[in-house]
Ligand binder design. Sequence first.
Ligand SMILES: [Zn+2]
Length: 245
Amino acid sequence: MAEFNWTCPFCHTRQTVSESKAHYSVHDINVGETSYAGGIAGAILAIGCSNSECKKVELSFSIGSIRSKNSYGQVAAINEIIRSKIAPESSAKPQPEYIPENITQDYYESARILELSPKASATLARRCIQGMIRDFCGISKPTLNQEINELKKQFDSGNAPRGVSEESFEAIEAIRKIGNIGAHMEKDINVIVDVEPDEAELLLSLVENLFDDWYIARQKRQERLARVTACVEQKDAIRKTHSER
Ligand SMILES: [Zn+2]
């Protein structure tokens, strides 16, 4: 396998994958006569992350009809029919522990079922957004739409929590304009509404944006502040010991 570029789905580090970090193998599957002309075979594709702090392995398995065999009569290539991701199970990005667990659990589950059921995924993503508006912004109303309107009101009058930016609203508004999702924010949070797969994907990316803009940015600000405070205190202590002499 020639070298190729790849982004690790676990740590999101971009890297060039060398031959030694990639594995592809095809295996005969012998189950007698099947509906696939020429028989079926399975293939394993694995890529190991080179980031020394991650070293995780992306793994997928596929089943396909036999395309070609080598000179020993073994399967060499397949025409893929089904591919299943084994690890990671979904495209969800790992989220830090300081985000409330009920919110991240809904996010992970939403990502996991995205392909299987976009409408169930969108329902969970919508619950995530509501969970964040309730937890991070402290706003609780009967519908998500009313909560977004209240947040917008607070933002316009300069009373929204720090971190809630113009960009947060632009993203929320852009998604609210998509037909089904917009209508769907008016309804009870647990009502399942039909959505297109790409709409569910958009909702999930909005959830990720809000994680970054709200929780992660706040944590970084707090850590920076703590570092500055510690530094000032340390200098203060040094000054005091000097002046006491
Ligand atoms: Zn990695």
